[in-house]
Design a protein around this ligand. Sequence first.
Ligand SMILES: CC(C)(COP(=O)(O)OP(=O)(O)OC[C@H]1O[C@@H](n2cnc3c(N)ncnc32)[C@H](O)[C@@H]1OP(=O)(O)O)[C@@H](O)C(=O)NCCC(=O)NCCS
Length: 186
Amino acid sequence: MTLLKVRRLELCDLESRVCWLNSPDVYRRMTVTVPLSLEETKRWYVGTLLNTSRHDLAFSLEDSGSLRVVAMGGVTDISLTHRHAEIYILVDPCLTGKGIGGKAVQWLCTWAFVSLGLKRVYLHTTGQNEPARRLYDRLGFVREGILRSHLWHQGRHVDRHVQGLLREEWARQTWYQESLQMEIEL
Ligand SMILES: CC(C)(COP(=O)(O)OP(=O)(O)OC[C@H]1O[C@@H](n2cnc3c(N)ncnc32)[C@H](O)[C@@H]1OP(=O)(O)O)[C@@H](O)C(=O)NCCC(=O)NCCS
């Protein structure tokens, strides 16, 4: 895969974001209430701009000479007291299984540990989202527990899984050295 470019999420990304989140492959596994509208997402976006404890980003790849946004992700609930934050990633549903999610998560972790100086990153997945958990397992995240029947999701209660990666665990991953070469400035 060629180099993933990263920048802040912009207003022009929201149409794609809505489209991806309204895709069954995504909303069946994520805690999103569909149909999601562009207006709602614009309101959410304005809120993110005012929220200093989160950064929402767009990942792009070069496609026929121009940049195409292939994933969106972020670091949220950043606590400088506890030095931890949550991460999330969302890949264009047409482009899954090509290594984009894995590379984007590596970028998010490296940015969180190097640029934000965090000690721990963690994330949540719903019970149905075993594919995402496998991706995080592969990257070295530890399965830390399950909040049973924690969420009301599409007409039923579902489990919420927690996985985490500590700074010292990140430094032991096979992808650590390579991730330090990534362009991690925004
Ligand atoms: C979960 C998600 C982020 C994975 O993204 P992705 O780009 O498909 O991830 P990757 O391609 O890096 O890895 C997925 C699989 O493809 C395989 N893969 C990676 N590169 C590959 C390549 N070049 N060729 C073939 N397969 C490849 C990986 O081995 C992995 O296999 P596995 O299912 O056995 O673990 C994506 O499906 C998504 O956006 N889901 C909806 C949102 C979500 O659930 N987010 C997580 C909660 S925050």
